[in-house]
Design a protein around this ligand. Sequence first.
Ligand code: FES
Ligand code: FES
Length: 168
Amino acid sequence: MRVSCRVNGEPRTADDVWAGESLLYLLRERLGLAGAKNACEQGECGSCTVYLDGVPVCACLVAAGQAQDREVRTVEGLTGPDGALDRVQRAFVAAGAVQCGFCTPGLMVAVHDLLARDPAPVDQDIREALAGNLCRCTGYEHIMAAVRLAAATPASTPTGPEGHDDHH
Ligand code: FES
Ligand code: FES
């Protein structure tokens, strides 16, 4: 079947999508967006997290066909059109929260979503928001530091699905 959706603000189409194919496969293998990672394929690690109509989902659990006519935003879409990193992306780098990096794209989407809903989360809120995103490397302290740093960084607007961070 053919699937057409908007991905990071651009209309995209893929042909010959098979029944049962995941949105993660569509993004990575057909559309060349390797940001969302494939770790467990069972909805348990969060490394494949993307926005679907503004709501974070595990792309490995969503059928590609469900994205038809909808808006997908991946970690690549957090970066502004001029290549400027979003405050969440900058904070992860600055806080040393990236080790192997496998969990990082999904975490960035989850943190981006958290801060859009709650600009000043306390640690307990951060832990709860990120409970579905597993990291085998960092012990989470650097990730917590990255979220605090991002929250303390002025948000550039807009932050919606079409938005991008144009802060320099
Ligand atoms: S690869 Fe989707 S949750 Fe782990
Ligand atoms: S940095 Fe390796 S899994 Fe998180």
